[in-house]
Ligand binder design. Sequence first.
Ligand SMILES: *Cc1c(COP(=O)(O)O)cnc(C)c1O
Length: 471
Amino acid sequence: METGNAMSGDENMANAIRYYSTNRKLEPTDKMVPIGSTVSFREALMMGQAPDEGLFMPDRIPAISREAIAALRGRPYGEAARLVMEAFLAEDISPEKLDACIGSAYTFSVPLEQVVAGKYIMRLDQGPTASFKDFAARMMARLMSLMKGHETRLNVLVATSGDTGSAVGDAYRGVAGINVYILYPRAEVSCRQKKQLDTLGENVQAISIAGKFDDCQDLVKQAFADPSLHGLNLTSANSINFGRILPQIIYYVYAYAQLAAPGEQIVFSIPSGNFGNALGCEYARRMGLPVRKLVMPVNENDEFSRFLETGSYEKISPSRACLSNAMNVGHPSNLARFFDLYGGTVDRNGRVHAYPDLQAMRKNIFSVSVSDQDTRATIKRVYERYGVVLEPHGAVGWRGLEAYLDATGDDALCVSLETAHPAKFPEAVAEAIGLKPELPQSMKDLDKKTGEPILMDNDYEAFRTYLSGLM
Ligand SMILES: *Cc1c(COP(=O)(O)O)cnc(C)c1O
């Protein structure tokens, strides 16, 4: 690969975690990454997707001790970040550089709000673009800028259903040597999301696609696999990049340390689309966090909840347009990672090559589909009953948690994630509770900003031609 020269030191780090592809067991092709062949974190970060179109996975999951977790109680978020990031990256990056990344990435608060006794909302919406994606995007931009080497120019491609694009664009804006292209589905983003994306400016260009989110994702994946674009140093900032997953482990550890008694079990509810956020929780559990259940509610794109129920997987194509639009995903890209962790293989087209251990999955994971109607009713009910304002994604999370508690009678400590600020979805929230949520400071100036997207058909040739022009 093109950044290979600068990486000659990687091979010497005997203890460093290595990364393999989820497609390693498929029929060999010319792009196949051979079984047993792995790359360093830096290579995985720069490549985004593996050459065989699989996703990179760490070849071992480091443990964090009960004592180390307990010591985070009452401590700032950055300390949880250091514990998790160091466990994975101690051999790849110096402690000083890691601290600098953490210090400049995490400059905002992470509120844990009690709704009723033992049941909390974690608000991951206080970053600059008011969605949980700020957490991962800001860390990844810093890691990439640090690890890419001065001589290399990178072009980052991002497919977004709304929030990824603005979070990634904001995180990379002004970073020297990196250009960012954001593809979004024209008819599926809210007015405010569109404004956020179109007006990022500087080294960040929005591309408005006449298609669905899955189409945007496909265009990006095709570009990565296209040898004629090799000279562009294309890389991904979607959650197919492991650099996006790693920072999403941190807030589970942080929340647990603040709320749980030592050793106590916890349930997290994670409104899910591409499953990157939930994957962070799965890794946190495998690192040693006492997670009793991962609740993964989805909207009407119910391919995963049906799979857990029936044991057979069928992607939804085209994906269904729901209120919680950042979760309109008919085949979650990170399902490949979940399958791999449980012994199965599914490719990027949703074809299952080997089914995972369903019993083990059901033991650890609960999933349910929440309709738009139920989402609206939940926003209303949670506001009336508890005075807590949710937006559609957080409402899917809360409703999923209720469904889990109803089904099991579990009385564990629970944390449901609010993944975006209610002001990002003013229409849906106003319709449900009759008032418009106040804009966070970071979004107040948005209406004054200007900028235009590039308009493009859902056509790979058009996209390829545009990209070729950048060489
Ligand atoms: C992206 C997003 C999700 C879904 O997260 P995944 O990691 O794709 O499962 C949920 N809510 C909001 C607000 C998002 O932006």
